[in-house]
Design a protein around this ligand. Structure first.
Ligand SMILES: *Cc1c(COP(=O)(O)O)cnc(C)c1O
Length: 394
């Protein structure tokens, strides 16, 4: 029947959201049609990235931008750009950073496992601040002056992980870093929606911003955007593109790459394994156009209707309390009754292993709270999902 049957892989109901482990979300037909069309022609990849740069610059307010194979790839490329600049010798030597600026400053409370992508460029992360607010033992996190204090002549960049709880503010970080001529790289992978965040970090002075394309933008699962200062984006794209070409034959697109600023052509760079195909670039650009034009209220209504349909199907439950949460993004929440003797993680596992296989947001399941995120569900998923929830929870 379907392609997944051919391969012998079961499909799942994704009620977790657009996360990588569950294959991102569902692509709009307009996006898949554009990808299919892209696959029927060949282009020069540098020209395609240059076309993407104009579109990304338009929506983000950045000087330039490229399509990456994901936000994590953008962190590697962005770090490599901050370290190597426009020096092809340095580009070719990475991740050996001997003799280069090879430290990246991060606020200690922002450290996370995606910073592996930053370290992969060959830099050492220097942690700043003692976030005692998280221990309930104080009120502080890192402050701008502590970042300024940690900057030395080895500092290649300050890495900032954008989040509603992040401290200090990006503005304070930019002030501290720019005061010492150090660029700021922002991980904004999951900061969409709102659409306004496409512009926000650049407007606050970030030098490079990395977004995920496979999350809220609705692009291909393996896509992302890196945008920012033109010289840094140029460095990033030079370290990703296939540059197996004679210097005399190399005619790069002028809006993205200034050939006359380079003494020679770098070899395949550290970003070469982050290769992104033409279908992915086109799919991301079409998804981005849809994302910028979409009406958040209409999307909220579709998701709310799904959640209400599930709530109606569930009705009252013996072992759980069902509620509809309607913030900016509606979701269905089932709180397991403490006397039901059910373990939230075991409930999620049973749903995952059953038929149909259902993946939920289990981040609070250990506390007996199970969330159904409707954003990546298909229209026909609501009723079978609610029935299985009832069977498993009771
Ligand atoms: C999802 C995420 C990433 C990785 O994004 P990909 O597009 O999957 O590479 C990086 N950082 C944060 C904070 C994220 O949430």
């Amino acid at each position: 029947m379907g392609i997944y049957d051919d391969i012998g892989v079961r499909t799942i109901i994704n009620a977790k959201g657009a996360s990588t482990r569950v294959s991102g979300g569902l692509l709009a037909p307009e996006v898949t049609a554009a990808m299919a069309e892209a696959a029927t022609h060949c282009v020069d990849m540098a020209d395609l990235q240059a076309g993407a740069s104009k579109i990304i610059a338009g929506v983000t307010g950045a000087e330039a931008g490229i399509v990456t194979s994901g936000a994590a790839a953008g962190l590697l490329l962005g770090t490599a750009a901050c370290v190597a600049g426009l020096d092809p010798g340095r580009m070719s030597r990475l991740p050996d950073t001997t003799g280069m600026k090879n430290e990246v400053i991060m606020v200690r409370s922002q450290r996370n496992f995606y910073d592996h992508a930053v370290r992969a460029a060959g830099v050492k992360i220097i942690e700043v601040g003692l976030p005692d607010r998280f221990a309930g033992a104080g009120v502080r996190d890192a402050e701008g002056w502590e970042i300024a204090d940690a900057i030395t002549d080895r500092t290649a960049a300050v890495m900032y992980v954008a989040n509603g709880n992040a401290r200090p503010s990006l503005e304070d970080v930019v002030k501290a870093a720019h005061g010492r001529n150090v660029p700021v790289l922002v991980d904004a992978a999951a900061q969409l929606p709102p659409v306004s965040n496409l512009k926000r970090f650049i407007a606050a002075g970030a030098d490079l911003v990395s977004f995920s394309g496979g999350k809220a933008i609705g692009g291909p699962q393996g896509s992302g955007i890196l945008c920012g200062r033109r010289d840094l984006v140029m460095s990033a794209v030079l370290q990703m593109l296939d540059l197996d070409i004679d210097w005399s034959m190399w005619v790069p697109p002028a809006n993205l790459i200034d050939k006359d600023r380079l003494p020679g052509l770098p070899q395949h760079g550290i970003g070469r394994p982050c290769k992104v195909g033409k279908e992915t670039i086109v799919g991301l650009l079409v998804a981005l156009r849809r994302f910028v034009a979409h009406d958040p209220e209409a999307v909220r209504k579709v998701n709310l209707a799904r959640v209400e349909k599930m709530a109606a199907e569930l009705g009252r439950m013996r072992n759980g309390t069902v509620s509809v949460r309607d913030g900016g993004s509606p979701k269905l929440v089932v709180m397991l009754n403490p006397d039901a003797g059910k373990n939230g993680l075991a409930v999620c596992l049973a749903l995952q292993e059953g038929t149909p296989s259902i993946y939920l947001d289990s981040s609070q399941a250990a506390n007996g709270v199970i969330s159904v995120n409707p954003t990546c569900m298909a229209d026909g998923d609501a009723v079978p999902l609610a029935r299985r929830l009832r069977e498993v929870i009771g």
